[in-house]
Design a protein around this ligand. Structure first.
Ligand code: GAL
Length: 409
């Protein structure tokens, strides 16, 4: 099997385009919020300027909704020409089945190994020594976004960290303001769980569990404190009755909520709302406690197709997505960090500058998607969905979590 896959993979490696193309490329993604749509338009604009045509295949809902649709289309023989997925292991089975285009020749010709920073992003695209995706950004989940208006209304200073935020909650509630905005979806609740873990248990404990998958560490005192902190956070979000992440972000933008734990794609929403970081809202990476970020985010894959023109256009798009100009235009709108360190982002706002400094200092850790299998991730998200929407005890949640980590792969 392995030899066959390698041979198939090599035969799928495409010759690098020698000439401009003009093809319609259907591109799937789940970027449908205001900020996301503004960012993906930068990709489409750049691709259309090459004489090709970006056929937008936006899929509403979260990644958890879109990924099964994307994967089943590829497995079912109805592939799109390009698709967003997250950094990590989401395309593993498709690559093993020989259904994804090998980009190694293009990557070597363009020196992606020397361009992509951190190099772990390209490692996440590499399977058995071959490269199957082009990283396009770095998004991290360990941020809290704080509404200046909400804290002003409550007569409070903007918190400097998670602990000050929790202490401020009663006064926010007295002022009729929801302390913590949270969409009722497991991936959002799991993102908050991960961010609180980094803040409460620290990096070493997080690494033991999320990277080394040490179930005894998950059962330990550090994680007991994490589950108790998450149970407390659950109370702060008890009245948050929105579904999608950007609806929760909008509660912060409109000063109806004090804060939201969310990835830095929330930046795009503040930007579209005309709000200024440091003036209208504050962002605290690592919840203001452990300034470290994960290297989550997005990469584009190119399912194997038959048409030669389409194949050439796929490579032209892959090359464009990592180019300096497109990296600047896209990431400034997306609120994400670029995947290359050789571009000028001096126009980035306060929050992006905080992220760029953390990245430059090397204070980054792999994302859950880069460590755990999609199946394990889904199990944890399902547990978090149950925990955050019920009165499940912190102890029971921790016990269930330990079992998932013990069985994880
Ligand atoms: C993530 C993705 C981000 C962001 C977010 C919310 O999986 O990496 O780009 O859009 O979903 O949709």
């Amino acid at each position: 099997m392995q030899k066959h896959v390698k041979a198939l993979g090599l035969s799928m490696a495409l010759a690098v385009p020698q000439m401009a193309t003009s093809a319609d490329l259907e591109v799937t993604h789940w970027w449908t919020s205001g900020g996301e749509a503004a960012a993906v338009k930068e990709f489409a604009k750049a691709f259309n300027a090459t004489g090709n045509n970006w056929v937008d295949g936006a899929i509403a809902g979260s990644g958890g909704t879109a990924r099964p649709i994307i994967i089943s289309r590829i497995l079912g023989g109805d592939p799109m020409a390009a698709t967003q997925l997250n950094h990590g292991r989401q395309a593993e089975e498709l690559i093993e089945a020989g259904l994804m285009t090998d980009l190694t020749e293009l990557a070597e010709k363009e020196g992606w190994k020397d361009i992509v920073n951190p190099s772990s992003l390209l490692d996440s695209c590499t399977f058995e020594g071959r490269i199957y995706c082009v990283p396009v950004n770095i998004h991290s989940g360990q941020w809290i976004w704080l509404s200046h208006g909400a804290f002003e209304t409550a007569g409070l200073d903007v918190p400097a960290d998670w602990n000050e935020f929790v202490a401020a909650a009663p006064k926010l509630e007295e002022a009729g303001i929801l302390p913590l905005a949270m969409g009722q979806q497991g991936w959002q609740q799991n993102l908050a769980f991960g961010a609180i873990t980094i803040g409460v248990a620290g990096i070493d404990a997080w690494r033991k569990v999320s990277v080394e998958r040490d179930a005894s560490a998950a059962a330990g005192p550090e994680y007991k404190a994490v589950f108790e902190a998450v149970a407390a956070a659950r109370e702060l979000a008890r009245e948050s009755n929105v579904q999608d992440w950007n609806q929760a972000t909008n509660l912060v933008i409109t000063n109806k909520a004090g804060g939201q734990i969310m990835g830095d794609w929330a930046q795009g929403e503040f930007q579209v709302a005309g709000q200024v970081a440091g003036k209208d809202y504050t962002c605290l990476p690592g919840l203001g406690i452990n300034e470290i970020l994960d290297t989550g985010g997005d990469a584009f894959y190119f399912p194997v197709v038959k048409d030669e023109e389409t194949k050439k256009a796929q490579l032209e798009l892959a090359s464009l997505l990592i180019s300096p100009e497109v990296q600047v235009a896209f990431n400034l709108k997306k609120g994400s960090l670029p995947v290359r360190g050789d571009i000028d982002l001096s126009s980035a706002n306060d929050c992006m500058q905080k992220g760029l400094k953390i990245l430059a200092d090397g204070n980054v850790l792999p994302s859950g998607d880069q460590n755990l299998s999609p199946d394990t991730q889904t199990q944890i998200e399902d547990l978090m969905a149950e925990f955050w929407s019920s009165t499940m005890s912190a102890a029971d949640a921790q016990e269930a979590y330990v079992a998932i980590i013990a069985d994880s792969e």
